[in-house]
Design a binder for this molecule. Sequence first.
Ligand code: BG6
Length: 485
Amino acid sequence: MAHTIVIFGASGDLTSRKLIPALYRLFQKQRLPVDTQIVGVSRSEYSHDQWRDELAETTAQFVGDHFEKSAWQAFREQVYYHAGDIQQAADFRSLGEFLESIEPEGAVDRVYYLSTKPQLYEKAIEQLGEAGLSDDSRGERRVIVEKPFGYDLASAEALNAATHRVFREDQVYRIDHYLGKETVQNLFVLRFANSIFEPLWNRNYIDHVQITVAEEMPVGRRAGYYDTSGVLRDMFQNHLLQLMMITAMEPPARFDANLVRDEKVKVLHSVRPMIGGDFASDSVRGQYEGYLQEEGVPAGSQTATFAALKLHVDNWRWQGVPFYLRSGKAMSCRTTQIVIQFREAPHLLLGTKTRVPTANQLVIQVQPAEGIQLHFQSKVPDTELKTKLSSLDFRFQSEGGGGAMPDSYQRLLLDAMNGDAGLFARADEVELAWGIIDPLLAAWNSPAAPPLETYPQGDWGPQWCTQWMHQQGRQWFDVCPVLKG
Ligand code: BG6
């Protein structure tokens, strides 16, 4: 079956930085279905060759050593450009004619990728419908929607409604690129293809879970966008809640897109809503020093660049086990990690004089240097019975032959082309996620807000966040990647 991928927002950063490099790598690895055409659409006027030449440079830059001139020469023949304005119905009709002119006779599956400004998503979908481009009588018609999916619950509901006026839910692929990360997928395997973890994966053995997405970079040139978004919208509504869902979900009956998403959605249903004083006691918000001087940030902006939340999952498995989620810009280092903190051994026979923490930890390092580390106590050799913390390390990269991990977009693009929505968010999932974030956003804009703490760049967030954890008898796992590449 022939395929066409139409990218709206062709002149944008995501297209050159992620989408075309991912498609090129799939082509190079011979994973891209033969007879795949790629069509970029945006307002600028380019000839096919001008766009291809520009992409040659950016792709070479972003795939680095993987760039091969001969493979690119073959790939570029499948890449086309069509100028068009999302506001103009006539441009969608001419796009339809153009697609037919390059597609082979017979059925062709199409994926429309919305990588434009989010404000244009609704219009683009409506125009696709009006131009007859969603009609799936001659092949599948799917739409991939980049994040953010909505700005809050009301806008996400409106976008879902507008989408469903044109596409059925099974044709809609809402991207969260964290789901395309190898380690995130490996979390499914760790939990559901091994029998040793499941008996421990609950309130009887786990004290709490920490999910940290720390970024070293400040917001830099994205400050204009970022200031209207802030860390809750930018990272929590999507990536952090996705990591939490996969950590907390029940095993699905099969690895089927809807069965997997049913289980993830149940986690969101179980998150205890914050009310009253919870917003101040269960959330920390911070802003790095110097944020107000970033270009495009309005004076006195109260936008949080850091947040930590304590969420409770009210179900049988997790009752009493808090999930701590935190993320921030300009932090100590770039690391994404899920720490499963087990309970202390119930009775200490050893080392009773100096009380040292003995609780086991399973650290799932999502990035960089993807891997898993299990912390446990062992005996210090040649001592009577002194113990020390030891670890078992698993490095993903060495399992895969030492090569670089594929970028998330490779897997996600291929899955969408093949009609597998398992790693994409469903309509109810994004709405429920907004339903958790919206009240926090409102509370943070009200007198119930916790104070906006500041933190120095290159730190683990505000000092208060560390104390907040100590007050609960717990400690953040403030470790820059425990596993090196
Ligand atoms: C994006 C956010 O969704 O994820 C960015 O908008 C953030 O602000 C990025 O930097 C992080 O992605 P990754 O894959 O680099 O962890």
